[in-house]
Design a protein around this ligand. Sequence first.
Ligand SMILES: *Cc1c(COP(=O)(O)O)cnc(C)c1O
Length: 459
Amino acid sequence: MKYIPEPFRIKMVEKIKMLTREEREQRIKAADYNLFGLHAQDVYIDLLTDSGTGAMSSDQWSGVMLGDEAYAGSKSYHNLIKAGKDIFGYDYIQPVHQGRAAEKVLFPLFLSKGKYAISNTFFDTTRAHVELAGARAIDCVSEEAKKPAVRAPFKGNMDIEKLEKTINELGAENVGLIVLTITNNSAGGQPVSMENIKATADICKKYNIVMEIDAARFAENAFFIKRDEAGYAHKPLPVIIREMFSYGDIFHMSSKKDAIVNIGGILGVKDGANPIIAGIKANCISYEGFYTYGGLSGRDMEALAIGLYEGIDEDFLRYRIGQCEYLAAQLDEAGIAYQSPVGGHGLFIDAAAMYPQIPHHEFPAQVLAIELYKEAGIRTCDIGSYMLGNDPDTGVQLKSDFEFTRFAIPRRVYTQAHFDIMAEALIAIKSRAHEQKRGLKILWEPPILRHFQAKLEWI
Ligand SMILES: *Cc1c(COP(=O)(O)O)cnc(C)c1O
């Protein structure tokens, strides 16, 4: 598998340093075995997230200098609206400061106690905002997604049969929203096919439920549709993106992912006459800022307007997904299991396969994340039972469908040599994985989104 060369050259660099093994062991212990507690300067390769960690281009940095900081109706706001309308084809575009801000603004308009929201898979903050609105979140991901070794395209798909069955069980009037996450982050960055987007929209129409798209990685999803779905190979990405969004009523996105900015988010409503827009504006003004900046500075909106176009460039996406495939090919050779085929924004290593002796309530994916830091200063995170947390009603630890350790790849940041180090570290850890007898226990946890703050200890 050949590494696809970078479609850019480097103009500015940032120094990184590998600590000694002894120092790394001391640092992770001091952080209570929570990777979020490490100082970033103690990390050599930071794969904690691909969110807000991308490298902006010289064009984007130029845009930063042009940012118009007017409180209302700035030029940068209008540049962002123009880009948003052009790319997504929606009438109303609302800037917000990040994805979860859009969730806070939007979800209480549809969800309350006794209501349900259904998704292929809810992302963690998205699930949290469903629960904060008083409702319950239900996942209906395809069965294939639950088998990491099964190599199938579009494993992020909604299980349409299960979706319809769930709606009928709950009563359509109790389902406030259907949220289609593209790509499906928690299932391994797996894409959703155009056919599945359309089928989900058909169910929404049939039962008169709003179809909301959680579009953080819409560009990667469009690339997969073009590459793998019949009938799309010759369509330009902008056309595919327009079709994807044409099936939704509302979308929200964290622009810290595919729009390659360090902060920002967007909320969109297809129909400019939709009365929900008044509610969005009101909530935005209360929580985020006036609706023409939504918690962003003018320069943020300017960089975002430019980044939206850079993120849908096909050469860039081919290189980006090629990086993941390059790493995956080395893992295939070493017999290391991961959610396959690779997703858009990284690799999700199957930690349950690496540590079959460690049960879900001892957090095998967190064990692997700690081992990677100790081995090579690589920071990853758990996307498994540790992240999923406890049942909000009973407080009992939930069992995740997956125990993944996520290698989230920042955009335009790391090079081929860094990817070789990632592969070498995983191979070294696998060779001694059988010696790891027990996992971790939680010493302290907050009631919601615990994985960001919890304190852990080895059993
Ligand atoms: C990142 C993300 C969010 C939340 O966005 P933030 O900008 O981190 O607040 C929501 N949904 C998905 C699918 C995401 O990947």
